[in-house]
Write a protein that binds this ligand. Structure first.
Ligand code: ARG
Length: 580
């Protein structure tokens, strides 16, 4: 059971008994200001009202009962009736020993397991991935792992934008200027060139524009020759995407792009018309929220609020139509309890509309849009290339890794990093990519963040390399002492203040994982890892481990710290090195 749950139950039972209540009250357990305690109980105020007594008196009475608990070292009443609790170190030590011995580090699964589809990365095809896709990819992958660690059944789905109007132009571009050699050599970059050229020509060449529209219609109508071309474009794009995903170490369970739902779009439009949710307006079909009954946010009822369009005048379907079809598919195939969309906040309105439509359709699935902000450059403005374009992902990663490599070599020369020559390549990759991911994930995802390539690799502060470094320090203690790290267990006693400080953080990990998963906030994991790494560093500075009388217990504390660091980093898609 989670620490927070366990303490809640203990406190509830104690309150009921000491105060002679008929029912179990909610003790309202919260994290306390560390100066005052580990936890705070806020129930006395509400109970005071209910019982017609002074909250402070109630709190004093309850505190007496709480002090008698094994888990509690002190219970002090403050202010109008807050109860500040400190946990007993011997009790915390027992919890930690148990967590160290447990397969799951004490992260017990949720009581209600859900099947959750996480829709992430999802770039548009026939273009190379740009900087905008890195956040969805990294944050999405972390959310998949967090939800899995919390005990859910998770399906990671790459909802590629692989069926847009770009294909009509691409087919025409290929016909006009296509060069097999260039296509072989440059792949997706050649596709981009063809597309840009075709898009320019379309502007002042009516016949060309018509032909492109015709080609698109034929592709969508199932013409085998056009279909073969589309497949070729897809294969080329897929190769480029795979290279990025390989580099980032990200995988998907499904690659169900927009094209996978084409057969269902007619049905979706029919269904929405039949339910009276959509209507025709000037040849197009859409959901006009102003005119509907039911549970609809106020702002959607305002005059001038945009409709949710599901079929264009020319009969083509919209992004929205595919997303409705996708929800129905996820229900049908997996009986999914939840769909999570890790997509730029700028698509907020689309998802608000989609979720409202799903609710109006009576779809019983929890739908969450997990948004995120922009990446800013040194000047505090959205990151741009020199010519003002959006930076491509691969060169961005190249540059970040190159900077990391230079810095790692510097740190090696200064004697601050110990990496053997043979391990260097792996270290560049693990530290470099880890630093890029961590720099992103440590931010509250909703805020825009400034990407600072010069600060990527530092062995201090809340950064990936710092966490990896503290992990490697612990591994070297084990190596030096000739102790087996894997499977190390021992009872943990917490006598020294530094041991207690470290333990206070360690004992919260299972709660942190669950909260991070529930709220889709990977940065909570980063905060925890940073606290553990810093507390470990202070502990190790003051408390000798090898050769001390407390060696076994302290090694166990080290082992648990390292296992949390490794586990937490792995949730973020970041690896560790045994030596650094
Ligand atoms: N392809 C879209 C884009 O690049 C993102 C798709 C997000 N997922 C979804 N189900 N709409 O903007």
């Amino acid at each position: 059971m989670l620490l927070s749950q366990h303490l809640t139950e203990l406190a509830a039972a104690t309150l009921q008994e000491t105060l002679g209540l008929d029912e179990r009250p909610d003790p309202l357990l919260r994290a306390a200001n560390p100066q005052h305690g580990d936890y705070q109980l806020n129930a006395a105020m509400a109970l005071g009202k209910k019982l017609g007594r002074k909250p402070r008196d109630i709190a004093e009475e309850a505190a007496v009962g709480l002090r008698a608990l094994d888990a509690v070292a002190s219970a002090e009443v403050a202010g109008p009736g807050f109860i500040n609790l400190r946990l007993r170190p011997s009790w915390v030590g027992q919890q930690l020993s148990a967590a160290l011995a447990a397969e799951n580090l004490g992260i017990d699964p949720v009581a209600t397991k859900e099947t959750i589809v996480v829709d992430f990365s999802s770039p548009n095809t026939a273009k190379s991935m740009h900087i905008g896709h890195i956040r969805s990819t990294i944050i999405g992958a972390a959310i998949v792992e967090l939800l899995r660690a919390a005990g859910h059944e998770v399906i990671g789905d790459n909802h590629l934008g692989d069926w847009g109007t770009q294909f009509g132009l691409l087919i025409m571009g290929l016909r006009e200027w296509g060069d097999d050699e260039a296509l072989e050599r440059d792949g997706v970059e050649e596709l981009e060139r063809l597309y840009t050229q075709a898009a320019a020509k379309k502007k002042d060449d009516e016949a060309f524009a018509d032909a492109a529209r015709q080609a698109l219609a034929e592709l969508q109508g199932g013409d085998p020759e056009k279909r073969a071309l589309w497949e070729r474009f897809m294969a080329i794009t897929r190769e480029a995407f795979d290279a990025v995903y390989d580099r980032l170490g990200v995988t998907f369970d499904e690659w169900l792009g927009e094209s996978a739902y084409q057969d269902r779009l007619d049905g979706v439009v029919g269904l929405l018309l039949e339910k009276g949710l959509a209507k025709e307006d000037q040849g197009a079909i859409g959901v006009f929220f102003q005119e509907l009954e039911g549970d609809i946010p106020k702002k959607m009822r305002k005059e001038g609020y945009a409709p949710f369009l599901i079929r264009k005048k020319d009969g083509a379907f919209n992004y929205a139509t595919t997303d409705v079809a996708t929800i129905l598919y996820r229900q049908e195939r997996w009986d999914a309890d939840r769909s999570v969309y890790v997509v730029d906040t700028r698509q907020g309105q689309h998802f608000e509309q989609l979720f409202t439509v799903a609710k109006l359709m009576g779809i019983d699935m929890r739908l969450d849009h997990v948004g995120f902000g922009k990446i800013l450059g040194d000047d505090g403005k959205p990151l741009r290339t020199r010519d003002g374009g959006v930076p491509k992902l691969m060169p961005f990663l190249d540059e970040a890794e190159e900077r990391a490599r230079v810095r790692i070599e510097e740190l090696r020369e200064e004697g601050r990093l110990r990496i053997e020559d043979a391990d260097l390549d792996e270290a560049f990759k693990t530290i470099g990519i880890g630093a890029v991911k961590y720099a992103d994930l440590r931010q509250n995802r909703m805020t825009d963040y400034r990407f600072e390539p010069d600060k990527l690799v530092e062995l201090s502060g809340n950064s990936g390399p710092y966490i990896q470094y503290q992990y490697a320090r612990i591994r070297s203690i084990f190596a030096k002492g000739g102790q087996n790290f894997e499977g190390f267990t021992a009872p943990i006693a917490l006598d020294h203040e530094r041991e207690q400080e470290l333990a206070r953080h360690l004992v919260k990990y299972p709660d942190v994982v669950h909260t991070a998963a529930e709220t889709y906030q990977p940065h909570l994991i980063c905060e925890h890892l940073y606290e553990v790494a810093s507390a470990f560093s202070s502990f190790y500075g003051d408390c000798p481990v090898l050769g001390s009388p407390e060696e076994k217990s302290r090694l166990a504390l080290c082992a648990l710290s390292a296992r949390q660091l490794e586990h937490g980093l792995s949730l973020l898609g970041i690896g560790v090195l045994e030596k650094m």
